[in-house]
Ligand binder design. Structure first.
Ligand code: CP
Length: 320
């Protein structure tokens, strides 16, 4: 599965999952994003790195942050980019995913950025598209959201500098979260001291410890002395049965409150991939408070996605 992402020299040509990628590859993405982050502070935020390249965003699921930051990242790299409107495309007339891909290929596209409700959609496209086209997974089902995980790692590194002394807690609907899966893989690959997951038993995958985490069913115990807190929303659209009594009950037992935040280290940062549900998983005053880096995560999405787009296209066959 992972080999598909790498070219013959072992370099990244697609970005589909964190699973199986080396610490060196993840660090290269973070270091490259660092240089793009400097660029975003300047008056002229554009570089000609991907001039002449054509990038198509294919979002079969809704998105605010991911789609917009991919569009901005492509613009800042001087690529030509367009976001296909799936609702008004021929998909609604029954055109298959592969036929859509092959028609776009015929328009000499260089990269697809894909979000899809089905796990493995990005892999499927990468296996079935022309060799010179790079595919970036912008979230597939419950499987992976690797660019989100990398912008989260970038934000953690900005604040905490290295991973080996860190205790990180991920709180919420781990079971349905593609973000959590990718974050856990990235945190472990980067050498994080301890990764904790905190959730009711019904929202934890079975044998979750095999993912390299310590599981807690008590938020009070799990938050003790952590450096980084990552909150997740309840993915109600993916719940096929009643896994919780009510949102009110969930907040009472697992919501991040001012009182609970005090259990973490005093300089702990609070993260959330968004969209946030105020009063369900997080108290509003924390989401907007001094320890929150939630909007910094969004800003960092541009630099990190610029890094991933430029690295994959440069490593892929015909790319400049
Ligand atoms: N974090 C995230 O994937 O947000 P969007 O669904 O708005 O892209």
């Amino acid at each position: 599965m992972t080999n598909l992402q790498l070219n013959t020299e072992g370099k990244l040509k697609h970005f589909l999952t964190i699973e199986g990628l080396s610490k060196e590859i993840l660090t290269e993405i973070l270091d490259t994003a660092e240089s793009f982050s400097e660029l975003s502070k300047q008056q002229v935020k554009k570089v000609p790195l991907l001039r002449g390249k054509t990038i198509v965003n294919l979002f079969f699921e809704n998105s605010t942050r991911t789609r917009t930051t991919f569009e901005l990242a492509a613009t800042r790299l001087s690529a030509d980019s367009l976001s296909m409107n799936i609702a008004t495309s021929a998909t609604s007339k029954g055109e298959s995913l592969l036929d859509t891909i092959h028609n776009l290929e015929a328009m000499h596209v260089d990269m697809f950025v894909v979000r899809h409700a089905i796990s493995g959609a990005g892999h499927f496209i990468a296996q079935n598209t022309a060799a010179h086209i790079s595919v970036i997974n912008a979230g597939d089902g419950q499987h992976a959201h690797p660019t989100q995980a990398m912008l989260d790692m970038f934000t953690i590194r900005q604040h905490k500098h290295s991973f080996d002394q860190l205790k990180v807690a991920i709180i919420g609907d781990i079971l349905h979260s593609r973000v959590a899966r990718s974050q856990i893989q990235a945190l472990n690959t980067l050498g994080t001291q301890e990764v904790r997951v905190i959730a009711p038993k019904t929202l934890l995958p079975s044998q979750v410890e095999s993912m390299g985490v310590t599981a807690y069913n008590s938020i009070e115990k799990g938050l003790k002395d952590v450096d980084v807190i990552i909150m997740l929303r309840l993915q109600k659209e993916r719940m096929t049965s009643a896994l919780l009594p009510s949102e009110r009950e969930y907040f009472k037992c697992f919501g991040l409150t001012e009182e609970r935040l005090k259990l973490a280290k005093p300089n702990a940062i609070v993260m959330h991939p968004g969209p946030i549900n105020r009063g369900v998983e997080i108290e509003s005053s924390i989401a907007d408070g001094p320890q929150s880096v939630i909007l910094q995560q969004v800003s960092n999405g541009i630099s990190v996605r610029m890094a991933i787009m430029s690295i994959t296209l440069q490593n892929n066959g015909e790319a400049a």
